[in-house]
Ligand binder design. Structure first.
Ligand code: NAD
Length: 363
């Protein structure tokens, strides 16, 4: 298989973790006889520095012509004082909107050998395997008007929570499709006791459920979902929700694993390339030191192979290699036990590559 991958390293540790991920993709290509080619493009702070805008038109163009997009992370203190439209994060939001990446998938899997990294008790998190599906291009983050009016104590502020029925249907349908290849259970999260938008969301979820008789649908209020995620996360298979609720719940769920450096994500559309990125940020505090954990970005590549290229065995090979190096005891500083020695980005990446190469012998 020949695939073109757009690589947007971004800022901070972004270049380090995307370089590591490319090495792993190359190992997979060699192992399975595929050809992956890469095209780098600017996004975020580095794009502001070089061309004066966080999302150059050329970057959108490179992404549109790719089969998959790999992103590191954007942002950092250097750009924190710029006006809103010039912030690195604006580039990321523009990319999601420009490519219509409406479905954000965040799997939360607890690796056996890392269960100690969580602040939750082992018996609560052992075996957790859930997928959060968050709507990414609508709701409060994009609705208009968004403005302040008047002044003084009567000054008003408004953000708009706007969705069409079609926007709700496509993300909820995506969650059901994903549940079909998992454990066939969808939890739809809303605030239907208060919000009109949530009442429509619930109606649409019930309609979509009719198309998937094998999948069970459960409705849960967002405040309860926030509690249940730390009380009994194992009850969830696929959890689907709108943009703002999804933003908050997916960060909460990521902490079930205790480790930001381990969690991948995918953002998908119905008719174009998907975007794959770790959920962590650019970690300016450790940038350039060679100590960043590359596993979230490497696991994001496994998602790309699975969701954009349909290469399921190859994706599993990466996931197994990650599990194997953790079992061998490799730990970057963020997941190492206090006082224990930690591995560099290079050492852990080399170990993943070796595990992929070694998998030839047993296949
Ligand atoms: P962060 O995720 O960058 O870092 C939080 C903490 O986790 C830091 O101590 C960092 O060293 C550590 N960490 C994160 N990823 C790690 C990794 N792979 N290996 C080892 N340690 C890791 O969050 P932050 O500090 O709040 O944000 C820093 C910058 O990143 C900000 O400019 C923020 O806007 C940006 N950001 C970008 C994205 C994105 O590009 N998608 C997401 C979140 C934050």
């Amino acid at each position: 298989m020949e695939k073109q991958i757009a690589v947007l390293p971004g800022d901070g540790i972004g270049p380090e973790v995307t370089d590591a991920a490319r090495e792993v993709l190359q190992a997979v290509a060699d192992r399975f006889g595929h050809t992956f080619s890469y095209k780098k493009a600017l996004l975020g702070g580095c794009a502001i520095d070089e061309v004066g805008t966080p999302l150059p038109e050329e970057t959108l163009d490179v992404c549109r012509h790719a089969d998959g997009i790999l992103l590191g992370a954007v942002g950092g203190p250097k750009w924190d004082t710029l006006p809103g439209h010039l912030r690195p994060e604006k580039g990321l939001l523009g990319l999601r909107k420009g490519l219509n990446l409406f479905a954000n998938l965040r799997p939360v899997t607890v690796y056996d050998s890392l269960s100690d990294a969580s602040t939750l008790k082992n018996d609560v998190i052992d075996g957790v395997d859930l997928l959060i599906v968050r709507e990414l291009t609508g709701g409060l983050y994009f609705g208009e008007p968004r403005e302040r009016r008047g002044e003084g104590e009567t000054e008003e502020v408004v953000d708009t929570l706007l969705y069409t029925r079609g926007e709700m249907r496509r993300i909820i349908r995506k969650a059901f499709e994903l549940a079909m290849v998992r454990n066939k259970h969808v939890t739809s999260v809303d605030k239907a006791n208060v919000l009109e938008s949530s009442r429509m969301w619930r109606e649409v979820a019930n309609e979509v459920a009719q198309e998937f008789p094998e999948v069970t649908l459960e409705h849960m209020l967002v405040d309860n979902a926030a509690m249940q995620l730390i009380r009994r996360p194992k009850q969830f298979d696929v959890l689907v929700t709108e943009n703002l609720f999804g933003d908050i719940l997916s960060d909460e769920a990521s902490m079930v694993t205790g480790s930001l450096g381990m969690l991948p994500s995918a953002s998908l559309t119905s008719d174009g390339p998907g975007l794959y990125e770790p959920i962590h940020g650019s970690a300016p505090d450790i940038a350039g030191k060679g100590v960043a954990n590359p596993l979230a970005t490497i696991a994001s590549c496994a998602m790309m192979l699975k969701y954009s290229f349909g290469l399921h065995e190859e994706a599993k090979t990466i996931e197994d290699a990650i599990e194997a190096v953790l079992k061998q005891g490799y730990r970057t500083a963020d997941i190492a036990k206090p006082g224990k020695e930690s591995s560099s980005t290079k050492a852990i990446t080399d170990a993943v590559v070796e595990a992929i190469q070694a998998s030839v012998d047993i296949s």
